[in-house]
Write a protein that binds this ligand. Structure first.
Ligand code: EPU
Length: 333
């Protein structure tokens, strides 16, 4: 599908009105290669996923690409595990539901994360103690010259909300399929926040009940983009040296934190924004969500510039109060 002057409202969960000069959707690697060979993918171009981590700051004067590559295929199976090849255009939560239904363990904590499989592998989506890198075996790609390359997990350079695919020089590389390994052995990751406590409301712990609990926790804190435009967490949680953390902890003993393996400490930006008094506050058509201060919401009719104005004000407050710079997780286009 190739469309000119295409409205992007349905392609960004923030609900920002913007137009792409050209919008192209493909549903197979063969179609993508044909588009490349026909010279349809001219610079500037931008490959999007479900649009759940994007902020359009103006109309896009180039080609926006979107993958509709579908399919979940079993590539190997033993008594212990299963490996799966999943199209980049598969809706992430459909994939999680598919795994839960078949009693395959590993993806359940990532229930209800918006977006698609390909973008999930680019962004290293994560929640409740699990990151998608924990499940990935390799990522299949095609570059702008039509050359296919598989990146084994070790080459993907995964880190918190980051991967090799986010580097500017990788802009010419499109994820086509992601390969995952899930376990058939019963195991869960239940130590984050209130998961264990919520599970007490169910007769047993199984994949269905864990998925239900994760969905409940998300729905209580995170606004539904169909009702109120948003892009999930707007900022990343900052990672600071231990000395800086210890100094802050003296002043704020109740501050939540997560210790990283390398000795540094991750501090929840949502907690700091909340402490700055921003929760539920609006600036024009954009507000800090009243149940989760890490989320900015479009109250209706917001433009990218309105979101940036609130983002800048929040960042300045956090810097003044805590001496920490926080950075958007959302990509500004
Ligand atoms: N907190 C507050 N006030 C707030 C928000 C949070 O005090 O307004 C406190 C909470 O009480 C808790 C701590 O901050 O002690 C962390 O909050 P939460 O568990 O809600 O997680 P988060 O750090 O704010 C991250 C991810 C989310 C993910 C959750 C659960 C990032 C940028 N965000 O949020 O991911 O769902 O952990 O794992 O890492 C996303 O990326 O879009 C996203 C939603």
């Amino acid at each position: 599908m190739i469309k000119q002057n295409y409205p992007l409202l349905a392609h960004n969960t923030f609900g920002i009105e913007a137009t792409a000069a050209c919008f192209i959707e493909y549903k197979s690697v063969a179609e993508l290669r044909k588009l490349i060979a026909a010279g349809q993918i001219k610079s500037p171009f931008l490959h999007i996923g479900g649009g759940s981590n994007l902020l359009f700051t103006k109309d896009y004067d180039g080609v926006i690409l979107h993958s509709n590559i579908g399919g979940i295929e079993i590539t190997a199976e033993t008594d212990e595990e299963v490996t799966l090849r999943v199209g980049a255009g598969v809706v992430w939560d459909d994939f999680v539901a598919y795994c839960v239904e078949r009693r395959w363990y590993g993806a359940e904590n990532l229930s209800l994360i918006p977006g698609e499989v390909g973008a999930g592998a680019v962004q290293n989506i994560g929640a409740y103690g699990v990151e998608v890198k924990d499940l990935i075996t390799n990522v299949e790609t095609v570059n702008i010259d039509g050359v296919e390359r598989v990146y084994p997990l070790g080459e993907c350079m995964y880190a918190y909300r980051n991967s090799i695919f986010k580097r500017p020089e990788m802009k010419n590389i499109f994820v086509t399929y992601v390969n995952f390994r899930l376990s058939k052995k019963e195991h869960y990751t239940l130590d984050y926040g209130t998961i264990r406590k919520e599970l007490e409301n169910y007769p047993e712990v199984n994949l269905e009940t864990v998925r239900k609990v994760i969905i409940k926790i998300r729905q209580e804190k995170l606004p539904d983009p169909k009702i109120m435009g948003n892009a999930g967490s707007f900022f990343m949680n900052p990672i600071v040296p231990r000395t800086q953390f210890e100094a802050l902890q003296k002043e704020y003993p109740e501050m939540p934190f997560y210790e990283l393996e390398d000795g540094r400490v991750k501090i929840p930006a949502g907690w700091m924004i909340d402490r700055c008094g921003w929760k539920g506050k609006a600036l024009g058509p954009v507000a800090v969500h009243d149940k989760q201060a890490l989320v900015l919401v479009n109250r209706g009719g917001a433009k990218g510039a309105d979101v940036i104005a609130l983002s800048d004000a929040v960042r300045a407050s956090v810097h003044d109060k805590f001496g920490i710079d926080i950075h958007p997780e959302v990509n500004f286009i």
